[in-house]
Design a protein around this ligand. Structure first.
Ligand SMILES: NC(=O)c1ccc[n+]([C@@H]2O[C@H](COP(=O)([O-])OP(=O)(O)OC[C@H]3O[C@@H](n4cnc5c(N)ncnc54)[C@H](OP(=O)(O)O)[C@@H]3O)[C@@H](O)[C@H]2O)c1
Length: 351
């Protein structure tokens, strides 16, 4: 069977989960990454082809993508890893997918839209939990209230996170929050606002976070004012609020190093059992200038399971030729109802 797509960062927590599910589906990915022994071991276990190359070796990245129609990039933080992979994809005509949730990465890929169209390449970042379900919900809400000028999203059910997710979060500590106001990304303090959100099991407290939709939902819906909230444990909320005063300290290399060592001493991510038990919830509200409002919400599998399911569903679509060129968001490429094709996802219009 010929290989179907290249999975870079396959030995990471999320990459391995995706590799296992892809193999179960008979998708036959090429497993890739920078660590020879780890990649080779996983490839042998799953009986898949593998390639080893580093992202700072541009000729090697290009040589390894030449015969590949689609790359699914799972090595983050993407603020450090996305650009060399995108550069190579644009040179080799390879469609680019990643699982970032980083606003700066979404914005930098959006800025390469014309370049990607010229190269006949689709750039679709954020094919995981952040942002597929929330992006599809935002597009659904825009469809329900076309004159909407304000979008508020809520993320619920966030459980144990992987090393990669925690590292990305730590690198953003002390950098404050972001919302979209009048179409522009606007800095706000960390944990700027709190409110109560009913994800379907009674209202709970949630805090503003700089989730990917602050970038992507604007491209998907054109709604100029966007805020995203997350229902986080009390300690996480207090830490975020405290980080406002500790900004300088949290960005020093010694504190960053200390926090990253603490992370690496913990399990790589949620266990299979935790994933099976977990669930995620997305809530959204749109409002127009006349005060009309609509609320809808989604219930879905646990975040890492959902990431693997949505990423592979998008890989499958891309391999079938459903790959509109240029910068895309999940709902722009596949529609607001795409998320309902994922097993275990339900949507409800609340008001
Ligand atoms: N959007 C979402 O919903 C979502 C869901 C899950 C994960 N993520 C993101 O995906 C990323 C990976 O998460 P994870 O859980 O798999 O983390 P992880 O277990 O820590 O794995 C990180 C992977 O990235 C690779 N990597 C890191 N920096 C690299 C570089 N400069 N060059 C090449 N490879 C590099 C690592 O390779 P080595 O082993 O060789 O270091 C490893 O394969 C994180 O940024 C995380 O935030 C997003």
């Amino acid at each position: 069977m010929s290989p179907s797509f290249l999975l870079y960062g396959a030995n990471g927590y999320t990459g391995t989960l995706i590799a296992q599910m892809a193999a179960e589906r008979g998708l036959n990915p090429i497993l890739a990454g920078r660590g020879r022994a780890r990649i080779a071991r996983l490839a042998a276990e799953l009986k898949l082809e593998h390639r080893v190359f580093a992202l700072d070796d541009a000729p090697a990245v290009e040589a390894n993508l030449k015969d590949v129609p689609v790359v699914l990039h799972c090595a983050g933080p993407f603020s450090r890893t996305s650009q060399p992979m995108v550069d190579a994809c644009l040179r080799t005509g390879t469609h680019y997918l990643d699982i970032t949730g980083e606003i700066a990465v979404f914005e930098s890929l959006a800025a390469r839209d014309a370049e990607a169209r010229g190269a006949g390449v689709m750039l679709l970042p954020g094919v995981g939990f952040d942002v597929v379900p929330s992006d599809c919900l935002a597009a659904h809400l825009k469809r329900r209230l076309p004159a909407a000028t304000k979008l508020t999203l809520g993320i619920g059910g966030v459980g144990r996170v992987s090393h990669g997710t925690a590292t990305t979060m730590i690198e953003n500590l002390g950098r404050g929050g972001l919302v979209r106001r009048g179409g522009r990304l606007t800095p706000v303090p960390s944990a700027w606002k709190t409110r109560r959100i009913d994800f379907g099991r009674g209202a709970i407290g949630a805090t503003t976070i700089p989730w990917g939709d602050v970038a992507t939902a604007f491209y998907s819906t054109g709604i100029p004012n966007i805020e995203v909230y997350a229902a986080l444990p009390q300690t996480a909320r207090l830490l975020m609020a405290a980080s406002r005063r500790l900004e300088r300290l949290l960005t020093t290399s010694s504190v960053q190093g200390f926090l990253k060592r603490r992370i690496n001493a913990r399990p790589a991510g949620p266990s299979d059992e935790e994933r099976a038990r977990g669930a995620s919830f997305i809530w959204g509200e749109v409002e127009d200038d006349g005060g009309a409002k609509c609320v809808s919400r989604l219930s879905a599998p646990e975040g890492y399971t959902l990431t693997a399911l949505t990423a592979l569903a998008i890989v499958e679509r891309t391999l079938k030729g459903q790959a509109p060129t240029g910068f895309q968001t999940p709902s722009l490429a596949y529609g607001a109802d795409f998320i309902l094709e994922i097993e275990g996802v339900t949507r409800e219009d609340v008001s």
